[in-house]
Design a protein around this ligand. Structure first.
Ligand code: HEM
Length: 154
């Protein structure tokens, strides 16, 4: 199992943890629950999964099979005009870095000295926007040219 496979499967780990984080923060916010160590833990796991995926992604971007450093662009390819390269080397990394920054901000709410309601409310928004950005920038199989399998090697 290579790094691309790990990067592929971690997508599901992030999506599942993120959906849990959203549901828990939404319930905490709307039902005015107290913020617990359990809430913090699930936000933390979500952030860790995102950061591991980020590191693997950065490695792929620089040194992978389309790596900017290891391979460079094929002759005659203009990165912004070629759909494939623009997606994998620009759109996907940019979208995902934004999403991971939002997840990090969401986790950061756990440590802020604000009311529990504010923690839940802000984290819920950060995580929800992150989820939308991830859903928009994953190379889903139905996407033309850039589509990839739902599971490693699929
Ligand atoms: C939430 C974060 C991320 C998710 C869910 C995600 C998801 C994916 C998926 C599903 C693939 C296709 C894997 C396959 O072909 O089996 C992929 C490929 C790729 N990702 Fe990400 N990614 C994330 C973050 C990043 C970041 C931050 C970068 C770069 C900084 C990055 C760079 C790449 C590259 C370069 C590829 C193509 C690798 C190759 O085919 O050799 N990804 N990503």
């Amino acid at each position: 199992m290579g790094l691309v496979h790990l990067h592929n499967i971690l997508r599901w780990v992030i999506l599942i943890l993120l959906v849990f984080s959203i549901i828990k923060s939404f319930n905490g916010w709307k039902q005015k629950k107290p913020f617990t160590p359990g809430d913090k833990k699930i936000w933390l796991f979500t952030m860790i999964a995102a950061h591991i995926t980020l590191l693997i992604g950065l490695y792929q971007l620089l040194f992978g099979r389309y790596g900017i450093v290891s391979k460079g662009l094929p002759d005659g390819v203009n990165i912004m005009k070629d759909k494939f390269y623009r997606f994998f080397l620009v759109e996907h990394p940019t979208g995902m870095i934004i999403a991971i920054a939002l997840i990090t901000l969401g986790y950061g709410m756990a440590k802020k000295t604000v009311s529990d309601e504010t923690k839940f409310r802000k984290a819920c928004w950060y995580f929800t926007i992150a989820l939308l950005v991830i859903l928009a920038t994953v190379p889903w199989p139905f996407r033309q040219i850039v589509g990839r399998p739902l599971f490693p090697g699929g």
